[in-house]
Design a protein around this ligand. Structure first.
Ligand code: HDE
Length: 699
């Protein structure tokens, strides 16, 4: 323009020039409005004169801003923060003896799945590594309809009855008046509620254990929690508990590490899952069941309908029945991960519920919440939620209806509709349709209308004790310290005291340790309705020194710290050895452009030191020259890099010249501190728990 005003048109037009002209109706290659009209200028609104007012007739602007204004939908009231992936489930052998569910009939058959992991308390934009339970929700798109197994990474729950769920969630979420804390259970209202709910004690043991600070979403177990049932073609019902066991092993962080990860990379676990899938290192879980009958249920110490109880694996082993592999990241986060609508009520013939009062309440809640979140009763038509088998019924209309059924008949029975050549349209399927398992399992599963908690649900402490006493001593110390940390954030002394009195029932030594950590006297035990039992420990519950600790380096990330003067060949050798072990090497340098090797070659970097602290990797190697080391001694980030790796009990491999940095970071020699040879890779798979008493005081 030659009127003296600067225009900014250039950018948009240039972009357009790169788009090949395909034809007048080819909307793909051209920016259009939602009505399909091509947009001529995506940079400037329509104005009356160069500095004049914007014109109301600018439908391109109005449509664009209108749509943007409505991009957000309500986040999930719980489990708002989540990451998901597509994959498949492959059944190992026919389970026809136990269930008629189609996905379990033919060995080797694969069923598509969409699996979402989540934290519970925080909002959708909260960090990935708070101390929190993780959701583990799997949607199986079976040929007989969608089956959703909506579980957690902990096999028990806080409450026994759905009536208490809103209270529980209100107490843990940010406090009603002040709007904080976001994504943390360490505050008054949560512990006030918990201290008044002895039935939550078992879950609290799990929640305060290392289970709630997992290293990766790839290293968590999953549990269906409730007792479900499988039903075979003869109508025989078998009770089951569902388990997901990660092939990657079960691994957790240390609390100090989880806190630092939250600052270094709030999306740490989402990124980890994304990167693993992108590089073809597909995470895998085995699905297992604990199957049992009514006779076992009657003989078991606890009520199998009580969701605050486990059945130890030593009592009923977990039978692996198939595997799940997650091999495809969603194309679009909102369309898939955010709009995924899970519902424990989505089951298929061959699977059924039990009377677990928590499960029954859940069956109600999820359908409801999806309507509120997704705005329409037609949310099942959203691609991620739509079954991959035919859907045929006479449900019609509703907001955002995407289907266009033909014909006059929208009722059943009718004699007008024609579907697949049959007059009358879709019909009931008395044989293949879903039948609820009819028989009550016991006489007390029917009768008068009552609001009461059965006596068989009365023992709130024995399994909490079982859990605590089953753990490795290092994990017990973490659990006690977690309680000290959380209760130290509780301002109301009476709440702390009440919690201590509940803990005495779990284990007097635990209560003593927590009392000492708080510097508070331990009160008498709170009242327990039934005597607390000493049950045999279950070593399967351990993470540290447990049966499912990671056994190799596959999928681990190892940081290699370099600086100017590092031996480029040594870095290459290490990278090759790390790759051979199936792990991922991350070269970390003071500058992202890399470091200049001793031989003058450039050592490319994957991360810059300040932005890639050692908490983001599982072990560290220091490949430094004397000069490089001397330079890093003056960098707080480098000293902290090593200090944290040592404090987080990780393996540290170091070249001789890196010794001054080890010294400055306070590293004391132990089995986890090695040279850069094979010992380092052998050490990198482990954490050195024996080191812990040297680096922190635990309760
Ligand atoms: Fe949930 N839960 N829940 N829950 N839950 C939801 O549904 C609810 C419970 C679990 O990735 C909500 O879509 C009630 C146990 C997961 O999208 C809501 C009760 C277990 C997810 C809801 C429970 C879970 C949810 C919120 C007690 C483990 C995330 C948004 C009666 C077995 C699924 C939504 C995803 C989500 C209700 C208890 C797991 C409000 C009423 C026990 C993994 O419907």
């Amino acid at each position: 323009m030659d009127d003296g005003y600067i225009t900014t048109r250039g950018t948009g037009d240039e972009t357009h020039q790169h788009v090949p002209e395909k034809g007048p109706h080819d909307a793909e290659a051209h920016l259009t409005t939602n009505q399909g009209v091509r947009v001529s200028d995506n940079q400037n609104q329509l104005k009356s004169g160069p500095r004049g007012p914007v014109l109301l007739e600018d439908f391109v602007l109005r449509e664009k801003i209108f749509h943007f204004d409505h991009e957000r939908i309500p986040e999930r009231i719980v489990h708002a923060r989540g990451s998901a992936a597509h994959g498949f489930f492959e059944v190992y052998e026919s389970l026809a003896d136990l269930t008629k569910a189609d996905l379990f009939q033919r060995p080797g058959e694969k069923t598509p799945v969409f699996t979402r992991f989540s934290t519970v308390a925080g909002g959708a934009g909260s960090v990935d590594t708070p101390r929190d339970v993780r959701g583990f929700a799997v949607k199986f798109y079976t040929q007989q309809g969608n089956w959703d197994l909506v579980g957690n990474n902990i096999p028990v729950f806080f409450i026994q009855d759905a009536m208490k769920f809103p209270d529980l969630v209100h107490s843990v979420k940010m406090e009603a008046d002040r709007g904080y804390p976001q994504s943390a259970s360490a505050h008054d209202t949560f512990w006030d509620f918990i201290s008044l709910m002895p039935e939550s004690t078992h879950m609290i043991m799990w929640a305060m254990s290392d289970r709630t600070i997992p290293r990766s979403l790839r290293t968590i177990e999953g549990f269906g929690v409730h007792t479900f049932r499988l039903v075979n073609a003869e109508g025989k019902s078998t009770f089951v508990k569902f388990h997901w066991k990660p092939k990657q092993g079960v691994a957790s962080t240390i609390w100090d590490e989880a806190v630092k990860i939250a600052g270094a990379d709030p999306d740490f676990q989402r990124r980890d899952l994304f990167e693993a899938i992108q590089r073809g290192d597909f995470p895998e879980w085995e699905l297992g069941i604990q199957a049992f009958d009514q006779a076992f249920a009657d003989s078991f110490e606890f009520d199998v309908l009580d969701p605050t109880k486990i059945i130890p694996e030593e009592v009923i082993p977990v039978r692996p029945i198939g595997r799940m592999v997650l091999d495809r990241w969603p194309d679009n986060f909102f369309a898939e991960t955010e709009q995924a609508a899970y519902c424990p009520g989505n089951i298929v013939p061959g699977v059924d519920f039990t009377n677990d009062p928590l499960l029954q309440g859940r069956l109600f809640s999820y359908l409801d919440t999806q309507k509120s979140r997704l705005g329409t009763s037609n949310f099942h038509q959203i691609p991620v939620n739509a079954p991959k088998c035919p859907v045929m019924n006479f449900q019609r209309d509703g907001m955002m209806q995407m289907l266009q059924p033909k014909g006059r008949a929208n009722y059943e029975p009718n004699s007008l509709a024609e579907t697949a050549g049959e007059i009358g349209g879709p019909r009931e399927c008395p044989v293949t349709g879903f039948h609820t398992h009819e028989a009550a399992d016991r006489d007390d599963e029917q009768g008068d209308k009552l609001r009461l908690r059965p006596e068989s649900f009365a023992d709130h402490y024995s399994q909490a004790r079982l859990f605590f006493r089953s753990l490795d001593p290092a994990e017990q110390a973490h659990l006690a310290s977690a309680l000290v940390f959380e209760l130290s954030k509780v301002a109301i002394e009476a709440v702390r005291t009440r919690m201590l009195s509940n803990l005495v029932n779990v284990d007097p030594d635990l209560a003593k340790r927590v009392g000492e950590g708080l510097n508070m006297p331990v009160p008498n035990a709170s009242q327990s309705a039934v005597p607390v039992q000493d049950l045999p420990p279950s070593p399967a519950l351990r993470i540290i020194n447990g049966p499912r600790a990671p056994s190799d380096l596959k999928g681990h990330a190892i940081g290699i710290l370099v600086a100017d003067g590092s031996d480029a060949k040594a870095v290459d050798r290490l990278k090759a050895a790390i790759a051979k072990a199936g792990a991922v090497a991350k070269v970390i340098a003071p500058k992202i452009g890399g470091a200049k090797g001793a031989d003058g070659t450039l050592i490319p970097a994957d991360g810059q030191l300040a932005g890639t602290p050692s908490v983001t990797v599982g072990a560290i190697a220091l490949v430094l020259s004397e000069d490089g080391c001397a330079a890093l001694l003056k960098e707080a980030a480098a000293v902290q890099f090593v200090m944290d790796a040592f404090g987080h009990l990780k393996a540290i491999g170091a070249s001789d010249a890196a010794k001054p940095l080890l010294d400055k970071a306070g590293v004391e020699p132990d089995d986890g501190v090695t040279d850069l040879g094979a010992d380092f890779l052998a050490a990198a798979v482990k954490r050195f728990w024996d080191r812990e008493p040297k680096v922190r005081t635990l309760a």
